[in-house]
Design a protein around this ligand. Structure first.
Ligand code: NCD
Ligand code: ZN
Length: 351
């Protein structure tokens, strides 16, 4: 048995869904993470300052103080559309709850149909974001049907990410949920204005876990799990101590039957075991002393926000991930269902 204490972490990429789902999603995240960057891909999307304020209120109404850490704060994002006006970004910043703008290439993932069809169409919006210091959060995959699904991140880097950084040298860009050695190298070698989030599932698993011997739909997410050499590059990036890489769970629940069917949805629910899974991965890499930087420092430093003041305690003590979680009237199968999780949260200490 071993205990470690780290500054309370934040989750820089999270899907909370809406309505009755919020009871599960909000409190599962808020038990550990003080701040969470909330993805805007609802139906319809959160695309105006007013939408973000209303969604923020619904999230706060779902916080259960018996489960959530003190001071839980959802950091809202806007869903960028071809039709988004620069003035909407200015309004969102003034509203005080929006901390980023999310770019989904149209058709790239769950609820992305209303996304951007051509990045040059939103250049006026990006100008305004650069001017006022609003970060751009990118789902970095092309959507062309003739590009292999395993190559879509790499092609996006060459086609879109490179030109974007040249055209907007002062815009803060988060390359969300990177999945390849190419993305890790691009971010590591890029300017100080680009950083990336890395999920627990892309550190724990590769595509063999999803496909060898049987199809395991609960490991299906986008961008899809890649081969093990990419997993190894992500492990090196996350545990290497670079401030450009930080925690973003991409916890994205879908009901059990929306995943266990002929056309299963992409998304993995992991909020109930996320920090524990990251601790397990860092421990296995012999890099536990770097967990705090990745989980608690690099994210707020990049966003220009203060680091948390209180701490959590983790213990190397195995537990079995539960088979399901209740989300409204549905059942969700969590990422670690039936697996042994090597670390657990045993408490915290308020600031
Ligand atoms: C996300 C979802 O379900 O909203 N799914 C996923 O596989 N990660 C969308 C996304 O982040 O791509
Ligand atoms: Zn996501």
């Amino acid at each position: 048995m071993q205990d470690i204490e780290i500054t309370r972490p934040d989750d820089w990429h999270l899907h909370l869904r809406d309505g009755p789902s919020l009871q599960l999603t909000v409190n599962a995240a808020a038990r550990v993470f003080r701040r969470v960057i909330v993805m805007p891909n609802l139906k319809p999307p959160v695309s105006t300052a007013a939408d973000a304020l209303a969604y923020h209120s619904r999230i706060m109404a779902a916080v259960n103080p018996a489960l959530a850490c003190a001071g839980f704060q959802p950091l809202m994002t806007l869903y960028l559309r071809d039709i988004t006006e620069p003035a909407e970004i200015t309004r969102a910043k003034a509203g005080g709850v929006v901390y980023g703008v999310k770019l989904y290439p149209a058709g790239a993932t769950t609820n992305s149909d209303a996304g951007v069809t051509d990045i040059t169409r939103v250049y006026p919006v990006l100008e305004e974001m650069q001017r006022i210091g609003m970060p751009l959060l990118i789902h970095g995959e092309v959507t062309d049907s003739h590009i292999d699904v395993f190559d879509r991140e790499k092609v996006f880097i060459d086609r879109t990410m490179g030109p974007l950084l040249r055209d907007f040298p002062a815009l803060k860009v988060v390359f969300e949920h990177i999945t390849t050695a190419d993305a890790a190298a691009f971010v590591a070698e890029g300017p100080a204005t680009i950083a990336a989030t890395i999920t627990p599932h892309h550190l724990l698993y590769n595509r063999n876990h999803m496909l060898a011997g049987a199809v395991r739909p609960h490991f299906f997410c986008l961008p899809v799990l890649k081969r093990n050499t990419h997993q190894e590059a992500l492990l090196a990036a996350a545990t290497g101590g670079s401030p450009k890489f930080f925690l973003g769970t991409d916890s994205a629940p879908h009901s059990k039957h929306a995943k266990e069917c002929a056309a299963g949805c992409a998304g993995i629910f992991n909020s109930d075991s996320a920090i524990e899974s990251y601790a397990e991965v860092f421990d296995a890499c012999g890099a536990l002393e770097r967990l705090e930087g990745f989980a608690s420092f690099h994210g707020p430093d990049f966003y220009g926000l203060p680091r948390n003041q209180d701490r959590i305690r983790l213990r190397r003590e195995a537990w079995e991930g539960p088979a399901d979680a209740v989300m409204g009237s549905e059942s969700v199968v969590p990422m670690r269902a039936g697996e042994q999780v090597a670390w657990r949260v045993v408490g915290g200490q308020q600031a």
